[in-house]
Design a protein. Structure first.
Length: 468
């Protein structure tokens, strides 16, 4: 087994989570190697297809959002269970919608950025084991020809999905359970266009979801309570049509499928996102129901939270390195747990089949339709806009909250965040003594006569604030 030269960080997994993280780290000047077991040109017909507002904000802070938006369809309202309508245009974001676009479009932009910042990709390479000391991590890898070698790094991040080799190598449990068996996915063309851009309903022991990609193709997801079979059981277009007719009353003339698959949905979460010098992110750390389309989004938000912390520690800029690295788990593990509960609640409503359960679904739908603050909170959590982190006792009320895209004298906040640094916002001519502000912070000013100051982290959350 030969040894390879070291790198600052090894990222295992070249999905959206891994590539966003790798690109962020390399953009700060770190050396980063990505290991991916799939061939580079492997199939890109993937499950994820929705990019929420908060994820688009993070991509905006990397100069990628506007280009990604051109690849898909914008969903400005959600109609669920034929009664509940959620108006996404009310989201307080530059991106008040759900973007429907294939995961491979997200990966294309993130890979391009990662390559431009100097990330090294090793496709067709599998992690076979790892070990760590107090100051390094050693990854054992094997390429497609079976040649084995070791790669050394200061830190390693497992973003390698639900069957994570990193998590397995650490011996970590992945507690939880299977929620739904035999979910079918298909990309099809339709003869009859649905009335709304996004169609969701559950009825007659089935539920179905249809969303347009914007290029004539539609993503269909469905489940039939009376047909619970193994993931290995073949699935054809007739089965997809039948599920749609049961749940929606019509199959909209589905034809010419380009991809059909069957899978099951689990709810699981690893107890610890950090083990020494090894971290877990995305589906390697948490997996949940596809309801709400939050899987890919939550993983990319994990990456944005971890990347600046890891870069700060590796570059020797952190005042308390261990506390900063531990804050990744402290902030993101509760978010993962919330997503598990929320997506699980949506899918259980969709699966409601007895009169009591359906009455409860109807009551919840009417409540959210009538009570605007409750609907806003629900949209905020699903879109990611409403996610906030716990602040220390006595901190300003804004600490830990997402920073909106403020219009500043120097331009939009999220354009300034493209530098990958903290942004300190204050009145013109003032430089407040923000206790957590690094020397490299970008200084910006209000475009109005507003008082007070904000220190915004590289991931767009407020680290410190004052009204003075």
């Amino acid at each position: 087994m030969r040894a390879n030269p070291g790198t600052d960080v090894i990222v295992v997994g070249a999905g959206p989570t891994g590539m966003l993280l790798a690109g962020d780290l390399a953009a700060t000047g770190l050396s980063v190697t990505v290991i991916e077991r799939r061939p580079h040109e492997s199939s890109n017909m993937t499950r994820a297809f929705g990019v929420h507002a908060r994820t688009l904000e993070l991509l905006d802070a990397r100069g990628l959002a506007d280009e990604l938006v051109t690849t898909g369809t914008l969903i400005t309202s959600l109609r669920l269970f034929r009664r509940l309508s959620l108006d996404l245009t009310r989201l307080p974001s530059r991106f008040p919608y759900l973007l429907i676009t294939p995961q491979y479009e997200v990966e294309r932009l993130l890979e391009r950025r990662a390559l431009s910042t100097g990330v090294t990709f090793r496709y067709d390479t599998e992690l076979t084991g790892l070990s760590q000391t107090t100051d390094s991590v050693t990854a054992e890898i094997a390429d497609a020809d079976g040649a084995r070698s070791t790669l050394h790094a200061r830190y390693l991040v497992g973003a390698d999905g639900v069957r994570s080799a990193v998590r397995t190598s650490l011996g970590l449990p992945f507690p939880g359970r299977s929620v739904i068996r035999s979910i079918v996915l298909a990309d099809v063309r339709l003869t009859e266009e649905p009335e709304g851009l996004l169609t969701v309903n559950g009825a007659n022991d089935a539920f179905a979801f249809i969303a347009p990609f914007g290029d004539g193709w539609y993503r269909v997801m469905g489940w039939n309570r009376k047909r619970q079979v193994s993931d290995r059981e073949p699935v054809g277009l007739d089965e997809v049509r039948e599920i749609a007719r049961l749940a929606l009353g019509t199959d909209h003339g589905m034809h010419d499928p380009r991809w059909i698959s069957r899978f099951h949905s689990d709810e699981r979460q690893v107890p610890a996102y950090r083990t020494g010098r090894v971290f877990l992110a995305g589906d390697a750390a948490h997996v949940h129901s596809p309801a709400g389309g939050q899987g890919m989004n939550t993983g990319m938000q994990d990456a944005a939270n971890l990347s600046w912390k890891l870069a700060s520690v590796v570059k020797g800029q952190a005042l308390d390195p261990e506390a900063l690295l531990d804050s990744y788990h402290a902030e993101r593990h509760p978010v993962g747990a919330t997503v598990l509960r929320g997506s699980g609640g949506i899918v259980r409503l969709a699966m409601a089949h007895n009169p009591l359960q359906r009455a409860a679904r109807s009551l919840i739908s009417r409540f959210l339709s009538a009570v605007r603050p409750a609907a806003a909170k629900a949209m905020g959590m699903v879109s990611g806009i409403g996610i906030a982190y716990d602040a220390p006792r006595g901190a300003h009320r804004l600490t830990g909250r997402r920073a909106p895209d403020l219009q500043l004298a120097e331009g939009r906040l999220y354009e300034l965040l493209r530098k990958g640094e903290f942004v300190l916002v204050a009145p013109e001519g003032e430089t407040p003594a923000a206790p957590a502000a690094p020397d490299s912070a970008v200084h910006a000013h209000w475009s109005t006569n507003r008082r007070g100051a904000l220190l915004v982290r590289p991931d767009g959350y407020i680290a410190w604030a004052t009204d003075q």
